[in-house]
Write a protein that binds this ligand. Sequence first.
Ligand code: GLV
Length: 337
Amino acid sequence: MARPKVYVTRILPSEKAMNMLREYCDVDLNEKPEPPSREELIEHVKGKDGLLCLLTDKIDKEVMDVAPNLKVISTYSVGFDHIDIEEATKRGIYVTHTPGVLTEAVADLTWGLILAVARRVVESDKLIRQGSWKGAWSPTFMLGREVYGKTLGIIGMGRIGTAVARRAKGFNMRIIYFDKARRENVEKELGAEYKPMEEVLKEADIISLHVPLTKETHHLIGERELKMMKKTAILINTARGAVVDTDALVRALKEGWIAGAGLDVFEQEPLPEGHPLTKLDNVVLTPHIGSAAVETRARMAEMAVENLIAVLKGEEPKALANPDVKNVRPLSEVKMI
Ligand code: GLV
């Protein structure tokens, strides 16, 4: 059988993963430290059987059109909003992703942001570095708000939302949540209470977003929702930038509709220099580093490669984003290895 031809859009940080890939496939690798340009992506995907891409690569109809042999798109991410899933499914292209292996890392970063915003950690660090720590210890200097014992509102109680809520038990928090469906296992394990989204927005001291970006969740949090939140509340987004209407959030933070925000994801990434968010003290910004831990990124690489190879072997991948594809083209028909 012919070896599958695969385009890999970035070097992955796991030698084991890269070797596994080379063992089974002819690999065309973008070796640059940045994503391929649109033109490069289109050029290199031509004639390929598999594509291993990142969330920075927009994989749409145009890309699929030039690669009629494409059998699998494996993304090195849990999110797959950068891939036109409907189009892939229609063409019998399997789309795989990396859920599970980054859950705890993203939950850790979410908590880093919660504490950093609530207790003004970044602002305090900046203040010292710029030589502004002048006065003596003061009862009212750099006051934030307590986290312990407060109410945490989770919007999207999937794997990551649950991992964030689990950590909240150590902070003796009340946990309320909204999701498309009730998660009775989480209610049982953590005592989380299911509420309509409006009630979660109104009651929570900290709201953390853990929904995928879809047509339904685009700008899920806008002016109306931000105005429902407590003036003392904090919004955390480690999901996808476009789940929040950024312009409304900037106004909310400037005009005090809410107290602060912690953001790891943005509608436009990288966040443009001088963006209004960068001018605000009550927001902590991180550059989409939710899964950026050495161990996590290596596991993601291995899972992305395993998924890709599984499909090309005609086997069930660990995480299929478009299970309906099997009705269009069964795994036995994509088997090459
Ligand atoms: C990161 O944002 C991911 O989707 O893995």
